[in-house]
Design a protein around this ligand. Structure first.
Ligand code: ZN
Length: 506
């Protein structure tokens, strides 16, 4: 390896290499976005080859021993000021380098190729309610993920090695503790709401809402929230998602249903929350960890904050309900704001996570957490997932789906190779509520602003306190610094108790 005379030069070389790795990732992301939106089905084998090729090149660059040596040579400088750009980037790149270097190239490429097929097959299986079609792909992905976890290594259980990809440092044991705290409180809140005499009129939201008008309404709200359509797109897919292609290019996708007011809309708002985080990162550090989101849990905190804390609030709808009536005219005739808002927030056991109310949402996550953890531990096999799913729904929500389409096939995560992702939704819920509570204190006019359709104050607060820090600190520390307290469930439970208490009058 060439000797570089100064730490500055060596650091510049690290950043040059990292920016190329980041570009390779962005090419993979673009191919993945295309597969989920426009790619003709017959292109799947070619797409698998493309993804495996790019993943292999990226693996080679990211695990290059020369990069490892450069990072090692900078660790002394990094130790001096842990919050400096150099230190943050060296620390985070070291973590990624070590993690990836443990995953064999062949396994990494096999995963990239398999995911291209599995996502496609999951889509067909979901559409046709045909679990047996997806089962061999799920089985293969689980096998590869178990191998991956073994290769990476873990202190507690294998699942932790996978969780770490999305939420660095998080463990199953910590999540167990979090759910143990949440479950009884959510159960108690549901029981309290059950005593209300108010009955949400869910049917109001299942009238005819023409898709072309939903698109107009959804785009108007995305723009109002701050989504920049010059730096992003909104497309249609079978499972809503957000995709960061790169600088100036954040794409979201939703799924409209003509018989649902909220399905397409809240997916748009959720994905806009992700996009606003990305659009708020510091462009100076683009392509390096300091210019990237701290974790997927923090990402979900932003998505869930906009989706729930903002867009399911009373002030939000006191502003946007008149526009909704105008755009959907006949469909909302005779509906008043009280009934509309209660229907939007109706709490109670349902089958579909993405449309679940705020009170039961984390019980849906608990089901997935238990199942994917058992799959990775080897105590559950792919073929037994439908039965395990239905049983877990009975246990945690008291209902069970009649079809796999409404059951274990409803989410695309496993087909996309994402094991260890689901729990970050719950972390995001907890953190998002804590951040919002502090923003409400710091911005006394926040409710009033939301009631005027003005979101710049909140967005500015999130940019200052969360977005612009990138990966400077671990996600939980960013939340703690922003709010002055370590993360905990209290703000979420207080928010839910207040909002649902008012809605249900209990
Ligand atoms: Zn999300």
């Amino acid at each position: 390896m060439k000797h570089r005379s100064s730490p500055e030069e060596r650091y510049a070389e690290v950043i040059r290499r990292q920016r190329e790795i980041s570009l390779l990732e962005s090419c993979e992301e673009l191919l993945s976005w295309d597969e989920d939106t426009f790619m003709p089905r017959a292109g799947v084998a070619n797409r698998g080859d493309q993804q495996a090729l790019l993943a292999g090149i990226r693996h080679g660059r990211a695990t290059d021993p020369e990069l490892g040596e450069l990072l090692l040579s900078l660790e002394g400088d990094a130790a001096r000021d842990p919050e400096a750009a150099l230190s943050v980037n060296v620390r985070e790149l070291r973590r990624r380098h070590d993690r990836l270097a443990r995953i064999p190239l062949a396994l990494f490429q096999e995963m990239a190729r398999t995911v291209a097929f599995a996502e496609e097959e999951w889509g067909i299986a979901f559409r046709d309610d045909d679990f047996p079609r997806f089962e061999p792909w799920l089985e293969k992905i689980v096998r590869l993920k178990r191998e991956e976890a073994r290769a990476i290594g873990f202190a507690g259980e294998a699942y932790d090695a996978l969780l770490d990809e999305y939420e660095p440092g998080a463990t199953s044991a910590e999540l167990d503790a979090l759910f143990a705290e949440l479950r009884p409180e959510l159960g108690a809140l549901l029981a309290r709401l059950g005593r209300s005499r108010r009955r949400p009129k869910r049917a109001l939201l299942a009238r005819d809402f023409p898709v072309d008008r939903q698109k107009i309404f959804g785009e108007a709200i995305a723009t109002a929230l701050g989504f920049d359509f010059h730096a992003g797109r909104l497309d249609v897919t079978i499972h809503p998602f957000f995709s960061k292609i790169g600088r100036g290019d954040c794409r979201i996708a939703t799924l409209y249903a003509a018989d649902s007011f909220g399905k397409g809309l809240f997916a748009i708002i959720h994905e806009v929350g992700h996009a606003l985080y990305e659009q708020g990162l510091d462009p100076v550090h683009d392509g390096t960890p300091l210019g990237e989101a701290a974790s997927l849990g923090l990402h979900e905190s932003q998505a869930r904050l906009w989706e729930n804390l903002v867009a399911r609030s009373r002030p939000f709808w006191s502003h946007f309900f008149p526009l909704a009536r105008e755009i959907f005219h006949g469909s909302l005739r005779g509906v008043n704001l009280d009934d509309f808002h209660l229907a939007l927030s109706a709490a109670g056991p349902t089958l579909i996570r993405a449309q679940a109310d705020q009170v039961t949402y984390n019980l849906h996550i608990l089901v997935r957490f238990e199942i994917e953890r058992a799959l990775i531990a080897g105590s559950l096999e792919a073929r037994d997932v439908p039965a395990a799913w239905n049983e877990a729904y009975r246990k945690h929500l008291g209902i069970a789906p009649a079809t796999d389409r409404e059951g274990c096939l409803q989410d695309g995560h496993w087909g996309a190779g994402m094991f260890g992702y689901f729990p970050v939704y719950t972390l995001g819920d907890v953190w998002g509520a804590q951040l919002f509570a502090k923003a409400s204190k710091d911005l006394p006019a926040l409710e009033e602003d939301i009631g005027k359709g003005s979101f710049g104050g909140l967005l500015g607060w999130l940019r200052d306190n969360v977005h612009r820090h990138g990966s400077r600190w671990p996600a939980a520390k960013i939340v703690e610094r922003a709010t002055g307290k370590p993360p905990g469930i209290r703000p979420l439970m207080e928010h839910l108790g207040k909002r649902y208490g008012e809605l249900y009058g209990v």
